[in-house]
Design a protein around this ligand. Structure first.
Ligand SMILES: Nc1ncnc2c1ncn2[C@@H]1O[C@H](COP(=O)(O)OP(=O)(O)OP(=O)(O)O)[C@@H](O)[C@H]1O
Ligand SMILES: [Mg+2]
Length: 368
């Protein structure tokens, strides 16, 4: 099987803008659009040209600091954005079905003087694919459940909608899944707000695995779990992956956890993926100074003190012309501060850093 045959989920050049309701933004005219097609100063570029792919049976971790855009990118890829955000460009391929991210159901279009949600023609087929083959573990385990329906009812909804199983069979599958995540059987008839955060998280996992997904999007799946429950959830995820070749996108801010769990790691910084590489390679030979900084900040045996990355990340709305990491980087040049780095793509790894792109850098320096 070639790499492209086995790719189940691919995101290419995804750009997302956020609506800026702040009156101050109305006066702003010179937002760099990064090729992301921003229409008005009220929409600010936030996710800038994100590309990655996940192959069958593979775990790709997306690692980044809080508010770097991990969840937003994933919501955009699955057309789950609220009206405060819009995908402005990019494509998404899921099990061979390719859709235009900017034509997702979330897109707010102008119609005369009103704005309304547009639903693209390919939406039904897309939702069928997502509903039947993709499982989600959202970051907010309690808020992701509807308070008016029981866990059992909601966990069975995808099976009800996308399979021919009878209500009895669906109930049996849901109860089995709840048993697998070690949620007491009473979880079936419980409402989410009556569960602890950890229980709601495990119920979410049951809802994700009940339809035996081919792809699981796990957004900070261990948040709120004690260490024993976290270990059992990880073991369960690994088991599902091994037995059924399930692919997974594992979103976390914890690089050590990602390194222990994934085949490849993508590092996100201020709305961009700055480095993507196989796990061993990225941990042993980081190419981007930010990745190097994250590894240096990991607590390790024999390391007497932690070395945090100096400074703090910019807001996604930053208007920096060049590399967004430049203000925190020890190797910044004039080019870094003024020109966004292109993403150099190697056979298995990619990195967005002028330090690693000597050839283009020389060309730019010659033109300065
Ligand atoms: N619909 C929206 N409207 C306005 N701002 C938004 C919207 N969605 C996300 N944001 C902002 O975008 C930024 C990135 O959010 P995101 O949820 O992707 O962060 P994250 O990387 O997942 O962080 P964490 O690790 O804390 O979950 C945040 O500052 C958030 O407030
Ligand atoms: Mg998040």
């Amino acid at each position: 099987m070639t790499a492209s045959d086995s790719t189940v989920f691919r995101v290419t050049d995804l750009c997302v803008s956020l609506h800026d309701a702040d009156a101050a933004a109305r006066t702003m005219r010179n937002v760099p659009d990064d090729g992301c097609g921003v229409e008005s100063p009220l929409w600010r570029p936030a996710i800038r040209g994100v590309s990655f792919e996940v192959n069958r049976g593979e775990v790709l971790s997306i690692v980044g600091e809080s508010a770097s855009g991990k969840t937003l990118s994933m919501y955009a890829a699955f057309r789950l954005l609220d009206p405060g955000a819009q995908a402005t460009s990019g494509t998404v391929e899921l099990f061979g079905q390719r859709v235009d991210a900017a034509r997702g159901g979330e897109v707010v279009r102008k119609s005369g003087n009103t704005r309304r949600r547009g639903v693209p023609d390919d939406d039904d087929e897309w939702r069928q694919t997502v509903g039947s083959r993709v499982g989600f573990l959202f970051q907010d385990p309690i808020g992701s459940w509807t308070p008016h329906f029981t866990i059992g009812h909601q966990a069975g909804e995808a099976l009800d909608e996308h399979t021919d199983l009878t209500p009895d069979e669906i109930e049996r599958r849901v109860r089995d899944a709840l048993g697998e995540v070690k949620l007491p059987r009473r979880g079936f008839g419980a409402f989410a707000f009556l569960l602890s955060r950890g229980e709601a998280q495990r119920a979410m996992l049951a809802a994700a695995i009940v339809k035996a997904p081919d792809l699981l999007i796990a957004d900070e799946p261990l948040t709120g779990l004690d260490s024993t429950s976290a270990a059992s959830v990880l073991a369960l995820l690994r088991d599902m992956q091994d037995k059924r070749g399930m692919a997974m996108v594992f979103i976390t801010h914890d690089l050590a956890l990602a390194a222990s769990f994934s085949d490849r790691i993508a590092i996100m910084y201020a709305g961009r993926l700055v480095e993507t590489a196989p796990t061993q390679e990225l941990m042993r030979r980081p190419r981007h100074p930010y990745t190097e900084g994250l590894i240096g900040a990991l607590p390790m045996v024999g390391r007497d003190r932690l070395r945090p990355v100096r400074g703090s990340p910019p807001h996604l709305w930053h208007t920096a012309q060049g590399c967004s990491f430049a203000p925190r980087c020890d190797f910044t040049t004039e080019v870094c501060a003024n020109v966004p780095p292109s993403v150099g793509v190697g056979e298995a790894a990619s990195v967005a850093c002028w330090l690693r792109d000597e050839l283009s850098l020389q060309g730019i320096l010659a033109g300065l």
